[in-house]
Design a protein. Structure first.
Lengths: 516, 598
């Protein structure tokens, strides 16, 4: 491979989660030119990332400003065109789209690429997900299905680029400027030699935030009981949260909110013994810096999908049927935020600081998991307490088989396990048989129109029944949604080709269902 | 051998016999004098100003035609006749069309002094027609190719100057792309008119945003919960004030070129003042009887332009109340709503009747219609007392009748009665002036009606198009006549429909309203031109982008172009997307995700 493009028009956290992919691609293709396409708002992190050759920057905020400027409808077009033209200059061997929106899909669809992974668009503008891992991302990591997923986003990104996870953490490299700032800051604040515990108060959306009051009490507890100094982290926009917290704290923390750039934040977090955080970009900085993390997984946050990708972190997830909640769900009673008590968060910190904590008594109604890398290099979370044994067994089966299936490996279900959904297996077998008949029919001259139509109707009925099964059985929904998504990707006008692709879909589905 | 006058009269007889009486009766030629030019040709002076060259008027006219540089194939309308030299030159050069001369005396003088036979063969004489009628009736001519006789213009700016400005504005109106915020009333009879206006303006290619004040009707009715009148009034005033502020906010967002409000629209003077400060002219179409609803006095000064359905004393009253610009704009019909329909047998049975009336049970109607109790009569509409001598005729328990049903009733009835409402008279209002919308609606359905006599009717329909009555005996006589001769009614109704379609549609009214607004507020046309220029630069610049020309071809023609137009064009397209379309879709995705407010 000579030219690789990674489209990462995302936030800081996602960019950090891309670093194992860049590392893997660099190792696999040392001579290739790796280009990152990033948003201008987040280029501050680029000096910390290694392994890529160049970056193309898109100023999305400027596009928004130009869209607003009604008197000049072309201004926005020109701005977008300039960025697309820049990307179009190369022919790529591989384009990996790690952005999940339609804008990026249209961008990818304008590029010349031998292989595309992730979301793109067909000639007619319909969404197409390219690659099995991409389809997994867009079906199993959505909505309720996430509960059945145990593969971290970092590993999915890595696999989307055709690289195997290497059992190492996400990666950022301190810059000289960051180091200098952190050293000076620690000296000026009189923090040298002290145990520092970072606290990240905010998150990208308020539903992901543990209450500020709880953070304030936790900070007091940590400062008084462990003798540590707490450092508040956050962006300029989170100054209000810091002021709110400090107004009720008994022991004053070190407030860095709004005072650090990306390089400075990275170096300061790295100097902490521990970070207590919501699901945020700062959490991934800690993972990259080797700082253990206590992740407070509230609202739609789910540690298995987006938890910190390094070993030794703790994740606290409320044991509620609704947790994690759906994206964009407006909750009238966000009980998940209060179920994780200050004492629990404190106990999690104590655990990571090497103290002994009484498990599971210290964490009622909250599951506690610790991260590590498995033998296959994927991130894993091991339950320390309050594990849902039934769910664990189910997701274990799912995960093992998904990994093999998505990589195209053929495995068999162990004999001692019964099928999770015999009905689904039967339906998929029926679909396979029907589509085989349609393939045969489409080869006949003249085309037996009535027969093809009749078979098509039978196949549509099978598909409808499969979808219904997915709606009724949450455990089957990830598989059904995955197959539905692949089906949506079939974009051809030739009946025979469509029949072959649909048959292949049923074959794959049947193979996967048989594994489960 | 015939003299010049007789030859011209003969030519006029062929072209427009109705004008003969007019020119023959022109004794008063005050201010006009005929003299000889140096070359011996007659010339005319108006108030001492010579309308032609005092050396060689024929040569001057030939030079004028040459300077025009127009192609003679397209019809041409000339404003101002003078003594007719330029018309003669045009006719000899092969032009055809019409000429407009407000002064019949001048036309009469020209007939006496110049051979106009070729002119009258090639050009339609539009002589002595009042300005408002000229605007209403001859819109198409005025929007076409125009030539102005400058000397005539200089001596009659009040008519020809206004008409020239109007014609120029009409061209802008027909180009489309004017941004209009339409403020609907909360409820009442003007609400359907507002809906017709919105639909029509959009059909004309303008960009219309409607402030749907009717959404708050339920809120206004909440005032019924207050038992004390002052509380009710206070609540309603606050509601109106709140809505008026809402209109201002919408103006800030939409940035219209003008605001059009219909009678009863919730717009207060404070808001109107602020809109004026923002440079946005406001128009008010007061489709009400000014004698019955006097609230117009309070807002007359607030609006930039006041449009009325009445003439007479009203214009002077308006000026007294501070109105700056005003014009007569009668009601109209919507041919897409009011049209002849074929009814089923069942529908004919349900809605049909020898005699019918659709409308609310105002006092004069309740009293007057008692005199028709011996006819087979159906009365449709609300507010009719069910305990009265008329109760056997009242349909559907005096329920409100929707527009679709109205159209069926008009079509199914042999005679549709139309009596303008009054809250205190016993029957026909002898001083009734304006013509109600129902007159136009029934006519547009090609349905026959008998309508009470109105002083403004003659300017809108001819006697052959509309049958009127002024008393019960006259009405009864006409009912009997037309029930016995339904074909005569059909003939009249067909003519009335023809008149409505050419002169009394909402499109005609909106064209006139907008053209008058532009004549008075040229900034409207400036803004429109600016957007159209943007479109042109857009088109020329983007030609080289792959797929752009196809995309642009799908855009609404003659309109300014915004991103929304382009997005819509893409949504409507089929097949493979071009690169340009994909780039616009990228922007649309950004817009959708960011909720970009524009």
């Amino acid at each position: 491979m000579k030219e690789i493009l990674l489209l990462c028009l995302t936030r800081f956290g996602d960019l950090i989660q891309t670093t194992p992919l860049i590392r893997g691609l660099r190792k696999a293709h040392p001579d290739a030119r790796i280009t990152l396409a990033v948003l201008k708002n987040f280029i501050g992190i680029l000096p910390l990332i290694q392994g890529y050759d160049r970056a193309f920057v898109f100023d999305k905020d400027e596009a928004v400003r130009k869209i607003r400027c009604e008197s000049e409808p072309l201004a926005a077009y020109r701005h977008m065109d300039e960025f697309v033209t820049l990307l179009e200059k190369e022919e790529y061997d591989l384009v990996v789209n790690l952005t999940c929106d339609r804008m990026s899909a249209y961008i990818v669809s304008t590029l010349k690429a031998a292989t595309v992974s992730g979301i793109t668009a067909s000639g007619g503008g319909q969404r197409v997900i390219s690659g099995m891992w991409g389809n997994y991302l867009f079906s199993v990591l959505r909505g309720e299905n996430r509960k059945f997923n145990r593969i971290n986003l970092v590993d999915i990104f890595t696999k989307m680029g055709g690289v195997n996870p290497d059992g190492q953490a996400v990666e950022l490299h301190e810059t000289a400027a960051g180091k200098l700032f952190a050293d000076r800051f620690i000296e000026e604040e009189g923090l040298a030699g002290k145990k520092l515990i970072g606290i990240q108060l905010g998150a990208s959306e308020s539903v992901r935030c543990w209450p500020v009051k709880s953070f304030a009490k936790l900070s007091d507890l940590l400062q008084t009981e462990t003798g540590a100094r707490t450092l508040l982290f956050g962006s300029t926009g989170e100054r209000g949260l810091a002021e709110e917290a400090m107004a009720i704290m008994q022991s004053t923390p070190v407030n860095t909110v709004g005072k650090t750039g990306i390089e400075e934040l990275c170096s300061l977090v790295k100097r902490c013994s521990l970070l207590v955080t919501n699901d945020t970009g700062t959490m991934h900085f800690a993972a990259a810096g080797g700082t253990p993390v206590v992740m407070l997984s509230v609202g739609p946050a789910f540690f298995r999908s987006t938890g910190p990708c390094s070993a030794g972190n703790l994740a606290l997830q409320p044991q509620l049927p609704c947790s994690p909640c759906r994206y964009n769900f407006v909750c009238q009673d966000p009980v998940c935020r209060s179920i994780i008590s200050v004492e629990m968060a404190h106990n999690a910190c104590r655990l990571l600081l090497g103290e002994t904590v009484d498990l599971p008594a210290a964490f009622p109604d909250v599951s506690v998991h610790q991260s590590d890398f498995g033998p296959d290099g994927f991130l894993e979370w091991h339950a320390l307490c309050n594990e849902d044994a039934e769910m664990t067994e189910l997701t274990d089966r799912y995960t093992n088989h998904w990994k093999n299936f998505l990589d195209g490996e053929v495995t068999l279900r162990p004999e001692h396990l019964t099928s999770l959904s015999p009905k689904l297996e039967v339906l998929l077998a029926r679909g396979k048989a029907l589509t085989a008949q349609i393939i045969d029919a489409t080869l006949q001259v003249p085309l037996p129109v009535k027969r093809v139509a009749a078979l098509g109707e039978q196949e549509a009925a099978v598909e409808a029944e499969i979808r219904l099964l997915g709606s009724c059985d949450p455990a089957m929904a990830p598989l059904v949604d995955f197959l539905t998504l692949i089906r949506e990707n079939i974009a051809d006008n030739d009946l025979h080709t469509i029949a072959r692709q649909t048959h292949s879909l049923y074959e794959q589905g049947h193979r996967l269902a048989a594994l489960l | 051998m015939m003299n010049l006058w007789d030859r011209n009269l003969e030519a006029l007889q062929r072209r427009d016999p109705a004008l003969i009486t007019l020119v023959e009766g022109c004794e008063n030629q005050e201010g006009l004098s005929v003299e000889m030019a140096k070359n011996g040709e007659p010339i005319v002076k108006r108030d001492g100003v010579c309308l032609h060259s005092s050396y060689d008027p024929s040569r001057e006219a030939a030079g004028w035609v040459e300077k025009l540089g127009y192609d003679s194939a397209a019809p041409l309308t000339v404003l101002g006749l003078g003594l007719g030299y330029q018309m003669k030159a045009l006719a000899e050069a092969g032009f055809r069309g019409a000429f407009i001369e407000p002064d019949p005396a001048l036309f009469s003088l020209a007939m006496k002094h110049l051979d106009l036979t070729l002119v009258l063969e090639k050009f339609e004489p539009l002589v002595g027609i009042p300005l408002d009628k000229m605007r209403r009736v001859h819109r198409d001519l005025l929007a076409g190719k125009i030539a102005i006789h400058a000397a005539s213009l200089s001596t009659n700016r009040a008519y020809l100057g206004e008409l020239a400005a109007y014609a120029n504005s009409l061209v802008h109106v027909r180009r489309g792309g004017i941004k209009i915020l339409l403020v609907n009333p909360i409820y009442g009879g003007s609400l359907p008119a507002a809906h017709h206006c919105a639909r029509t303006l959009e059909e004309m290619g303008h960009e219309v945003l409607v402030f749907t004040a009717e959404s708050f009707a339920k809120g206004m009715r909440f005032s019924d919960n207050f038992s004390q009148a002052e509380h009710r009034e206070s609540f309603l005033n606050e509601m109106i004030s709140f809505l008026s502020r809402g209109v201002e906010l919408m103006v800030r967002e939409f940035e219209p070129d003008l605001v059009l409000a219909l009678a009863q629209a919730p717009l207060l003077n404070q808001s109107l003042g602020r809109l004026e400060q923002m440079g946005i002219p406001t128009a008010f179409w007061f489709v009400e009887d000014y004698r019955v609803l006097p609230y117009w006095k309070g807002v007359a000064a607030g609006y930039s332009y006041f449009f009325t359905i009445q003439q007479g004393d009203f214009p002077a009253e308006l000026v007294k109340s501070g109105a700056r610009h005003h014009a007569y704009l009668p009601p109209a019909a919507a041919p897409d709503i009011h049209f002849p329909v074929k009814l089923s047998k069942a529908e004919r049975k349900e809605f049909g009747s020898p005699l019918s009336f659709v409308g609310a049970g105002y006092y004069n109607r309740q009293r007057f219609f008692r005199g028709l109790a011996d006819y087979s009569f159906k009365i449709w509409g609300s507010d009719w007392p069910m305990t009265s001598p008329l109760s056997p005729f009242i349909q559907r328990g005096a329920a409100r009748i929707d527009t679709e049903t109205c159209v069926k009733i008009f079509n199914a009835s042999v005679i549709n009665l139309n009596l303008h409402s009054s809250m205190h008279l016993e029957g026909v209002n002898p001083a009734g002036d304006f013509v109600n919308p129902r007159t136009f609606e029934i006519a547009c359905c090609s349905a026959f009606q008998l309508v009470d006599r109105r002083s403004l009717m003659a300017g809108l329909f001819s006697d052959e198009e509309m049958e009127t009555f002024a008393s019960m005996p006259e009405l009864r006589a006409k009912i009997d006549h037309f029930l016995a001769n339904p074909e005569a009614g059909h003939t009249i109704a067909a003519k009335a429909r023809g008149r409505v379609l050419t002169e009394h549609t909402y499109r005609a009214r909106m064209e006139e309203l907008l053209a008058l607004m532009i004549s008075e507020f040229p900034a409207i046309a400036e803004k429109q031109r600016h957007r159209i220029d943007k479109r042109k630069s857009f088109l020329s610049e983007m030609g080289e982008h792959e797929g752009m020309s196809d995309l642009l071809a799908r855009l609404p023609q003659g309109k300014a172009v915004g991103l929304d137009d382009i997005f819509l064009g893409i949504d409507a397209s089929q097949g493979e997307l071009s690169r340009s379309e994909k780039i616009f879709l990228m922007l649309k995705n950004i817009e959708d995700l960011q909720g970009v407010g524009r």
